[in-house]
Design a protein around this ligand. Sequence first.
Ligand code: MG
Length: 159
Amino acid sequence: MRFRIGNGFDVHRFSDDPDRVLVLGGVAIPGERALHGHSDADVVAHAVAEALLGASGLGDLGRLFPDTDERWAGADSLDLLAEVMRRVHDDGWEVANVDCSVIAERPKLAPHREAMEVGLGRVVGAPVTVKGRRAEGIGGLGRAEGIACFASALLTAAD
Ligand code: MG
């Protein structure tokens, strides 16, 4: 049996645009400060996609969906993740599981964690776990200047 492991990381700073909506792991969280980015800035979905691309050796998000390409402006990152999954499947891989650590001073993730896990799991086709951590006041993340996410993905050969 063949296995491949991948890690993914992403970070986005908070936006000053009051019209943007915070999206984490595909879950819209209105009333919270949104993240700045070319797409919906879903830092969790991006880290998951990077982990899957790393495990499969298929590149990275920046190469697949360049932020110079207007097609991805305001993109729903779950759609980007679905496209990554299509490529991962086409390359002969299935996902065993994905695990995420989100580093955020705010918002509180606990009320949204299950919805993120269900929504991401539906796209990935495997269990996805999401854990929230705070940065203990250290650095830009600790000063709530943005949100970061680490993700690990395990793939198994489909045959
Ligand atoms: Mg990103």
